[in-house]
Design a protein around this ligand. Structure first.
Ligand code: AVI
Length: 314
């Protein structure tokens, strides 16, 4: 059993404002639910970023500091299924760019699946999977001195509070050499009628994704959460530009977590904060970049201007 998980759950549920980290959404069931989310009609983020990768591939390539003859490493933080990245890889291959693709992920299983798929679909692509923590991998690559392009897509940075995002960006910047690029995908601030349904779909997949966290605590920490006694509650204000997800207790209840030998009390309507999905604009991105050495080069938008891929340079 993961002892960080146990400690984090105990800390989060013992605090006066209960919190559970969204990083714990992704067990096997959570991974499968997230794949379903990406295909939901309401979840515009994946489709919008795919639109940029499919229709603006040349603009992406033009904005990157790369040349066909000079070898570079294309590093992707969080491998995913590669659907968007494949659009870029196809064009780089057909234009004879000299590069290697290095997907980085904590899950070896996800990397194996991606590598097998790429071997079939893009047999000439050089792929080197890197299992581990993002920064351990980036630090190990720094010594090689090859120019790098780092992809951090899908608005994954949006799942960090602003202070965490700043820290992440400055660590990322420190792990790069001068002239290396970052391609950062962020969801943009827009009205509630578009954002909120993306986190509250009609078919209830996002609800299951959020509440799966309680299943995970039941399974891994011998707890007795009654999932039906809790609800999924997303909130969003355009002014703040932040969507937050909560799990709400439907009644006054007690839950025992066996692995902690402890009982947690929930009041009726008490909330557990589980996720932040920060939306961006130029001003917010500027504050996140301000203490790093990364500078904006280009901003590419999808056809509806819902999502942006920023190209940054160190
Ligand atoms: C992975 N991440 C960018 C997703 C998001 O939109 O914040 C996770 C997610 N949570 C609910 N739906 C999707």
């Amino acid at each position: 059993m993961n002892s960080n998980f146990k400690k984090d759950i105990n800390d989060g549920l013992s605090s006066p404002i209960k919190t559970l980290s969204s990083k714990y959404f992704y067990d096997t069931a959570g991974d499968a639910l997230f794949v379903k989310i990406m295909n939901l009609p309401e979840y515009y983020l994946t489709k919008a970023e795919f639109d940029i990768f499919k229709n603006q591939t040349q603009n992406i390539i033009k904005s990157l500091n790369i040349e066909p003859d000079t070898f570079f490493e294309l590093v992707e933080l969080g491998a995913g299924d590669g659907t968007k990245t494949k659009e870029l890889l196809k064009v780089l291959i057909s234009e004879n760019y000299n590069f290697k693709y290095l997907p980085v992920d904590i899950s070896n299983n996800a990397l194996d699946k991606l590598k097998a798929n790429l071997n079939t679909e893009l047999p000439t692509l050089k792929v080197s999977k890197k299992q581990g923590d993002y920064f351990d991998v980036l630090d190990s690559l720094k010594a090689s001195n090859h120019p790098k392009v780092v992809l951090f897509l899908g608005s994954n940075i949006g799942n960090m509070e602003d202070e965490q995002a700043k820290l992440f960006i400055s660590k990322l910047s420190n792990s790069l050499n001068i002239s290396d690029n970052v391609l950062l995908g962020v969801d943009l601030i827009k009205s509630k009628d578009i954002v909120l349904p993306a986190y509250n779909d009609k078919s209830g997949v996002t609800k299951a994704f959020n509440l799966n966290l309680l299943n995970r605590i039941n399974n891994e920490l011998d707890a007795d959460f009654n999932i039906d006694a809790f609800s999924h509650q997303p909130e969003y204000t355009e002014k703040e530009g932040i969507a937050r997800s909560f799990i709400v207790s439907n009644k006054e209840q007690e839950v025992r977590i066996g692995a902690l030998d402890k009982v947690f009390k929930f009041k009726k309507d008490e909330k557990i904060h589980t996720e932040i999905s920060r939306k961006y604009n130029d001003t917010i991105l500027n504050t996140i970049l301000e203490n790093s050495q990364l500078k904006k080069v280009t901003k590419l938008l999808d056809s509806k201007s819902y999502f942006a891929d920023y190209i940054l340079i160190k």
